[in-house]
Design a protein around this ligand. Structure first.
Ligand code: BGP
Length: 489
């Protein structure tokens, strides 16, 4: 058993998926608050009122029509408004995390709770105090907070009036928000992540031209502004408290070539470069990699990058690499293979793997592969900050929830981490995703459950919101007690 003595075991959530209280405590709306629920097969829609006052729906990547304003429509349900109401129930949730023996809890700060529109000079004091209380509560149980500064929730005002991250001005607005976090929570928080799954802004590379080129132009430009914002935040974070450990956060997919056709091998390498390494090479090494030029040419992009930006990138490299890991994906240049979806990604079906009810593959070996590959590239401490199985759960009449499939999933992934550590990877922590059930980011469902803790609420917000311990709760408690030794577990 290779886990170091001070290994950070815990779980993860995000503000917009857990807190609820979307219009309380002085909070302003975020894009997630005008996003409806969907399912595996139906998308979530973003709602608006068009210039003639008619309600409208758009998909995530569609443009907001000219003259339209984002709006909450009366006859629609918005799952993030209530989520699991953690804003009011955080003490109960933290007590349950403590009961499992958590050493760390990953959560995010809602930008619009601190800066309701994103443009204010002075933050909303009620928001500041809320998170201070949460961090103090965690500290009471010796749980280390791990804080994501941006987790998919740019204030809606900035989306509407500034066109979100397409606008360079977002850099300074984000930096102000990040600086407030570092200053206010100095001494309470040491571990920070600047942007959740930053690489999701990079559209999936396709061979058939089905993704319009403007999306690469926008995606890569947004990424550049986020890299600069992250680099500036890292420098400020270090200045405010040299103890701060600040990380990047990558949506980690382990890509495999579907065949041994050399074209597939090369396509697979490009997939790693474009989807996985592009962001972390900049954030860990401080400059754009060689293959960036190939990508910019291929996608015909013309980026606003200044000399000062490049200086900032150099000075603001991160202290650690963190990532989410759910699955691997097969990629190919061949047509006709069965297609599959996944966490912000797609590929072809891998006959050697099992797939979840939402069509995500389960591949623990891919986690070891990924960890060893990444450590070798950056040689920085690593944390797996999301991992888990989204599945249906049944609350029994006696308040129990039997989820052996989830335990099996975690057991195999913990074994993979054990192996990676044994092989030399400096893995310092593990926070499972949705340690308490939360609203799914992809589908907006709550029935896609990841938690050790069941929350009694359905996709339309019906339920008591009471919390129940699943079988996996007791199992993970033992894993932490044994520091990852899985003998007899
Ligand atoms: C990641 C996000 C999380 C989370 C998770 C599971 O992409 O960082 O916010 O939700 O994936 O995805 P989903 O909720 O779509 O099942």
């Amino acid at each position: 058993m290779a886990f170091p003595k001070n290994f950070l075991w815990g779980g993860a959530t995000a503000a917009n998926q857990a807190e609820g209280a979307w219009n309380e405590g002085g909070r302003g709306p975020a894009l997630t608050d005008v996003t409806t629920g969907g399912t595996k097969d139906t998308p979530r829609y973003i709602t608006f009122i068009d210039k003639d006052g008619k309600p409208g729906f758009k998909k995530k990547h569609d443009k907001l029509p000219e003259g339209a304003k984002y709006a909450v429509l009366k006859d629609q349900y918005y799952p993030n408004h209530l989520a699991i109401d953690q804003y009011h129930r955080y003490k109960e949730d933290i007590a349950l995390f403590a009961e499992m023996g958590f050493k760390v809890y990953r959560m995010s700060i809602s930008w619009s709770r601190l800066y309701p529109k994103g443009i204010e000079e002075v933050p909303n004091q009620e928001g500041i105090e809320h998170y201070r209380d949460v961090f103090k509560e965690l500290r009471k149980y010796n749980i280390e907070p791990l804080v994501t500064i941006w987790h998919f929730d740019t204030p809606l005002y900035l989306e509407e009036e500034f066109d979100g991250w397409n606008n360079r001005k977002l850099i300074d607005l984000y930096v102000r928000f990040a600086e407030t976090c570092f200053r206010e929570y100095k001494g309470l928080v040491k571990y920070w992540l600047t942007f959740n799954e930053i690489n999701n802004s990079m559209p999936q590379p396709v061979r058939d031209g089905s993704t319009p080129l403007w999306r690469y132009q926008e995606g890569l430009q947004q990424l550049h502004y986020q890299f600069v914002a992250s680099a500036k935040a890292v420098q400020i974070g270090h200045r405010i408290d040299p103890e701060n450990m600040i990380g990047c956060m990558i949506c980690g997919i382990c890509y495999y070539p579907a065949t041994c056709d050399p074209k597939d091998i090369l396509w697979n390498r490009h997939m790693w470069e474009e989807k996985i390494f592009y962001c972390s090479d900049v954030q860990c090494k401080g400059s754009y990699p060689t293959y960036a030029k190939r990508m910019w040419k291929k996608y015909n992009v013309n980026l606003d990058i200044t000399e000062e930006d490049l200086e900032e990138l150099k000075k603001g490299t991160v202290d650690m690499y963190t990532f989410s890991y759910y699955m691997s994906q097969n990629v190919t240049t061949h047509d006709g293979m069965e297609k599959v979806g996944g966490n912000m990604s797609s590929g072809t079906k891998n006959p050697y793997l099992q797939y979840s009810d939402w069509g995500w593959s389960t591949d623990p070996s891919g986690l070891d592969y990924y960890l060893e590959m990444i450590y070798d590239r950056y040689e920085k401490p690593i944390m797996v900050v999301e991992n888990g199985l989204g599945a249906f759960d049944t609350l029994e009449e006696d308040g129990t929830v039997h989820d052996p499939f989830r335990i099996d999933y975690f057991r195999e992934h913990i074994k993979a981490m054990d192996l990676a550590i044994e092989n030399g990877v400096d893995l310092i922590g593990y926070t499972t995703w949705g340690c308490i059930d939360v609203v799914s980011a992809g589908t907006g469902e709550i029935r896609k459950r990841y938690g050790f803790i069941y929350v009694d609420v359905d996709d339309l917000g019906n339920g008591t919101l009471n919390r129940y311990r699943k079988d996996s709760f007791y199992w993970y408690k033992k894993v932490i007690e044994n520091n990852g030794n899985l003998e007899n577990l």
